[in-house]
Design a protein around this ligand. Structure first.
Ligand code: AGP
Length: 616
């Protein structure tokens, strides 16, 4: 789940361009980073490298100006967090720089083979095998001129700087041959400063090419490219690419042949302004996002409802927060449309899908559209003939391109690792679709509008300050529980996930009815317990559950339209009927944010996490 950014062109600040791109990708992994750049004006076209452990933050690069660079921000899978293990990695000659996102499953045997062949490794990463395999491949195919160059022989000046088409071709062909030898899901990029081009290959992990006017770019996701270009090509699995100052080529990695047709997308996303933390900015964007959905996505919701009504079985699938949203979908369709829809966790669906057939509909939910466990499950559903749909936030992502019908959440770029606006956006579409399935779409739209208004006032009338004060009182808690019944059960899971992810408090969500079956043993005097109590048929049963916890000394935080003596802290929310889950998602998001601040933590980049999980 690393971030990759590369540039080749006419600018002479390539290293700075790449650093800025990595800063936009840091939510994909932030335990270490590095950049390799071609030095300007050096007859030898030298490769200079800078690597650091820790977050990029406000770092600047000490690399000199130059026309090409390749960078990486890391989420460690193989090898600890050290400078040596940070990317890029070099071959024995220090001629090629390689960066990688994914896992090379057969790296141990490849390393053994390469060491036996005399290569020297400087890191514990799986990635480094690629450098040495490339070195061997290129040694095999190097022209006299290239060998002379790599061993520092002087070359007549004008020839030195003109990248040789053939040199770049050799690089990409070598990479495609090496890529065949790698098992697992990966995206790999190689910078050869002598040839002034970057070669790349992808299978599973995302890679996007940017067609610029001052050169060409590549990155792990489109949002990092938007400040440079809106003309993007999304590499498909099994494709490779070559970018140079004035060319972008796409290849079929299996045959090594260039693709005649290369699809270029014109991306419409607007870049958002920065603020204190992405998390609080994105929480505050929810009213706008929900209003936009009600206005622009009603037709899509109707289409989804029609597809659901025609299917024999329906399965909502997602990971993490998206799994909680999928479970909310199960309740919304049951309650509003009297329609059964199963919810299955994305990483488990593949083991549970043998019953799928051509009459099944599988709906994938994902912010990034790149979560590998979900993509694998969707592909296995497709192999069984099921129809596929998706609720996804990233236009052009792998999931967006994989399915038959994609509904764009249009929540705009979500940079905080925690899903907030993308979560409520998913619920907004599912709410409208559930009403549409009953021919009551307009009612669903109106309710979504109302939820947006209620969240707007919640964010601006002092209740945020109330939660800030609450966070200060409970910030030293080690454990915290969230309970909810019916449609509030998945919301309890989501609330606990937010608090866990960003404050590192051990928070757990439970179905309110499960309390007496074991959970209540965890309650001690002062244990904070958030109770989700909308004005629906679950209200009185969840209230008695809260009383049982209070009787054992628990500190009860009631999120409810209705005051009660049971609440030690009452966070008042509006009574919005079936949209309660959307409105009730917001107070726990704010509590999680404030708890993180009180515990001195970075809400945007929690430890050990990354925004999209692209390794299994
Ligand atoms: C949620 O806050 C987390 N970032 C994580 O659980 C996330 O929801 C999960 O990784 C799925 O990501 P996706 O929506 O991009 O597929």
């Amino acid at each position: 789940m690393c971030g990759i950014f590369g540039y080749v062109g006419t600018r002479d600040d390539a290293a700075q361009v790449v650093l800025a791109g990595l800063k936009k990708l840091e939510y994909r992994g932030y335990d270490s980073w590095g950049i390799a750049a071609r030095q300007n004006g050096s007859a030898l076209a030298r490769l200079l490298v800078e690597k650091h452990t820790g977050k990029i933050g406000q770092a600047t690069t000490s690399l000199p100006g130059g026309p090409s660079a390749l960078g990486h921000t890391r989420w460690a899978t193989h090898g600890g967090v050290t400078e040596a293990n940070a990317h890029p990695h070099l071959d024995c000659q220090g001629r090629l720089a390689v960066i990688h996102n994914g896992i090379i499953e057969n790296h141990t045997e490849l390393r053994r083979e390469l060491v036996a062949a005399g290569h020297t490794f400087t890191s514990q990463t799986d990635t480094e095998v690629v450098c040495h395999l490339m070195e061997d491949e290129l040694r095999g195919s190097d022209s006299e001129e290239a060998i002379e160059r790599s061993h520092g022989a002087t070359v007549r000046s004008h020839e030195a700087t003109r990248p040789s088409e053939t040199g770049c071709e050799r690089l990409i062909q070598a990479l495609m041959r090496v890529f065949h030898r790698l098992d697992g899901l990966s995206a790999i990029s190689v910078l050869d400063p002598q040839e002034q081009c970057i070669a790349a290959a992808k299978n599973g992990s995302p890679l996007v090419l940017g067609w610029g006017t001052d050169g060409n770019y590549l990155a792990s996701d489109s949002s990092a490219l938007l400040e440079h270009t809106r003309k993007l090509t999304f590499l498909e699995d099994g494709q490779a690419a070559l970018i140079g100052t004035d060319f972008v080529k796409v290849y079929d990695a299996a045959s090594g042949q260039p693709q005649a047709e290369v699809r270029i997308w014109d991306i419409t996303w607007q870049e958002e302004v920065d603020s204190l933390h992405y998390m609080t900015k994105e929480i505050n964007e929810q009213p706008l996002v929900l209003r936009r959905l009600a206005a622009e996505r009603a037709g899509d919701a109707q289409q989804l409802a029609d597809a659901i009504q025609q299917a024999s079985t329906v399965h909502f699938v997602g990971c993490g927060s998206a799994a909680n949203a999928a479970r909310c979908g199960e309740y919304l369709f049951s309650r509003i449309a009297s329609r059964q829809a199963n919810c299955v966790v994305g990483s488990e669906f593949g083991y549970l899908a043998d019953f799928l057939d051509a009459r099944s509909l599988v709906v994938g939910l994902s912010q990034s559209g790149e979560t590998i466990d979900l993509l694998e499950s969707m592909k296995s559903a497709r192999r069984r003939g099921a129809a596929l749909a998706a609720l996804v936030n990233v236009e052009g992502s792998s999931l967006y391109r994989l399915v038959d019908h994609s509904i764009l959440l249009s929540a705009g770029p979500e940079r905080c690792v925690l899903a907030t606006k993308s979560f409520t956006a998913k619920l907004g579409v599912l709410l409208m679709a559930a009403y549409a399935a009953q021919g009551r779409l307009a009612e669903g739209q109106a309710l979504l509008e109302r939820a947006a208004t209620e969240i707007q006032s919640f964010l601006s009338d002092g209740r945020v300050e109330q939660i800030r004060a609450l966070a200060a009182r409970i910030a030293s808690s080690e454990h915290l529980y969230v309970i909810g019944r019916g449609p509030s059960y998945p919301m309890a899971l989501e609330a606990a996930l937010k608090i866990k992810e960003v404050s590192y408090i051990h928070a757990e969500g439970f179905a309110g009815g499960e309390l007496k079956h074991g959970v209540i043993a965890l309650v001690e005097p002062g244990t904070p317990c958030v109770v989700l109590a909308p004005n629906d048929e679950t209200f009185y049963s969840i209230l008695s559950g809260a009383e049982e916890i209070k009787a054992r000394g628990g500190y009860i935080i009631g999120i409810s339209p209705t005051p009660s003596d049971v609440w030690d802290e009452h966070i008042q929310v509006a009574d919005v009927g079936e949209a309660a889950s959307i409105v009730n998602a917001v107070p726990p998001q704010i509590l999680a944010y404030e708890l993180a601040l009180h515990r001195g933590l970075d809400p945007d980049k929690p430890r050990n996490l990354a925004k999209s999980v692209t390794v299994k």
